[in-house]
Design a protein around this ligand. Structure first.
Ligand SMILES: [Zn+2]
Length: 441
């Protein structure tokens, strides 16, 4: 690891001299902007650590950052073009040499923000990172987002119904006695027909079931990368969106996505979002990777109260739990200690339900693809630690396997996986009907 780092430094020195760039101070190796409804992150990656001061202004709303020991460079200037018009927080970025060795970034804002500015030490393929997280002053509440989404869906359904009835009345008026047109109550119709037995079972459930879907990784954390360059964070988001559409097409179910864009969400926040909406289930979606390119097949994991059920499960849990380090969590941020207490309260009941959910899902995935492990494995996955929500982590396939990487990229296989997960969820609720519960929805 040390040796590779040294090579990186040597490489950038040569590049630096060749580009007749500055010969002292830090060199920016990359700039990245990750816009999302929750917050927008700006990352400056450099060969040596950067020090920065910042302040915010109102009227107009701006974040001003002064970075020490830095000269303006073409790489740094790239940041201007990396802001998208639809960024929820950033209207534009200007960058200039404020004083010798001090670069000033002026971020023009679309709304007031509460910024978090912090540095990250080199990890994985990254060197030193200076991060600005631009949070709204009033944080996005996943429950309010879910309510708004539900109202929007109801409005769309009502509009579709009105249109259809209007058309039907027109036809009757013209003496054309056809059946009323079918009305799509949701943007995406259910993928498969349910059996009568299932329908009977389902009708007994008269409250809204909320399923938290957790596409792994995102933003600075790409997750595993396949031999053809496919990123885990992209395929798992695509699969989660397909599953979300299936869940939302059910009359009594709603999906809540812990992320619906390419941005980093700390593991604890994923759990917290699910608890905020009182989710009935939590399903984290991933794609596996292993040093042996022949490893293949799907696996499903639940939390373990004590040790891992196998060395492989322990290895995987460690790997997935490292997402926060790669993605870049602000360790100084205050809510960490509140959540830590919460995280230690995993229960036997939660694990038992998670194992039932896991088996139901595994059974259906086994019908469409190969299984890596024939039963649900257990280990200390941080993301599965909601004490009161049955939670599983699904490794859909091995992205490190050439053939499975291709499958993961295909819309057809993503649909099959979403169908299998949906069938697993239905099967779980057939056998374990949700308990009555007062909801704010
Ligand atoms: Zn993963």
């Amino acid at each position: 690891m040390k040796r590779r780092h040294f090579l990186h430094r040597a490489g950038s020195l040569v590049l630096l001299l060749g580009a007749s760039d500055i010969a002292w101070g830090a060199t920016i190796v990359a700039v990245r902007v990750w816009p999302a409804p929750d917050y927008t992150r700006v990352t400056l990656e450099s060969d040596t650590p950067l020090q920065a001061r910042h302040f915010v202004t109102s009227q107009p709303d701006r974040l001003v950052v002064d970075v020490d020991g830095l000269e303006l460079s073409p790489t740094l200037r790239e940041i201007v073009g990396k802001v998208h018009a639809d960024d929820p927080y950033i209207a534009g970025v200007r960058v200039g040499q404020n004083q010798p060795r001090i670069v000033r970034l002026v971020i023009d804002l679309k709304q007031p923000i509460a910024p978090q500015v912090f540095t990250l030490a080199p990890v994985a393929d990254y060197r030193h990172r200076l991060v600005f997280d631009l949070y709204p002053t009033v944080p996005i509440d996943p429950l309010m987002a879910l309510i708004r989404e539900k109202e929007e869906a109801e409005r769309r359904a009502q509009a579709a119904l009105d249109d259809a009835l209007g058309e039907f009345i027109d036809r009757i008026g013209r003496g054309n006695h056809t059946a009323p047109p079918a009305v799509a109550a949701a943007p995406n119709p259910p993928a498969s027909r349910r059996s009568d037995a299932e329908a009977g079972q389902r009708s007994r459930v008269n409250r809204l079931i909320i399923v938290a879907l957790d596409p792994g990784h995102g933003g600075e954390d790409p997750g595993a990368i396949g031999p053809a360059g496919t990123r885990e964070k992209d395929v798992v988001l695509a699969i989660a969106r397909r599953l979300r559409d299936r869940i939302n097409a059910e009359p009594n179910m709603r999906a809540m996505m812990t992320r619906d864009a390419d941005f980093f969400v700390p593991l604890r926040q994923r759990v917290e979002k699910a608890r905020r909406v009182q989710a009935d289930l939590f399903i984290s979606i991933h794609a596996d990777a292993f040093t042996n390119p022949n490893a293949r097949g799907a696996s499903v994991y639940a939390l373990s109260e004590r040790g891992a059920t196998s060395e492989a499960a322990r290895w995987l849990a460690n790997k997935e739990n490292a997402a926060d380090i790669v993605g870049g969590v602000n360790v100084k941020h205050s809510d960490a200690h509140v959540l830590r207490a919460l995280m230690d309260m995993s229960t036997t009941a939660q694990i038992n339900d998670s194992l039932k959910l896991g088996s139901a899902v595994l059974g259906h995935i086994g019908k469409i693809g190969r299984l890596h492990k024939p039963r649900v494995e257990q280990a200390g996955f941080a993301v599965l630690k909601a004490p009161d929500i049955p939670s599983i982590l699904v490794e859909t396939a091995f992205i490190s396997n050439r053939e499975e990487e291709q499958q993961l990229r295909s819309a057809e296989y993503q649909d099959q996986l979403a169908d299998a997960l949906m069938n697993g969820i239905r099967r779980y609720f057939q056998k374990n009907p949700p308990l009555a519960r007062n909801r704010q929805l």
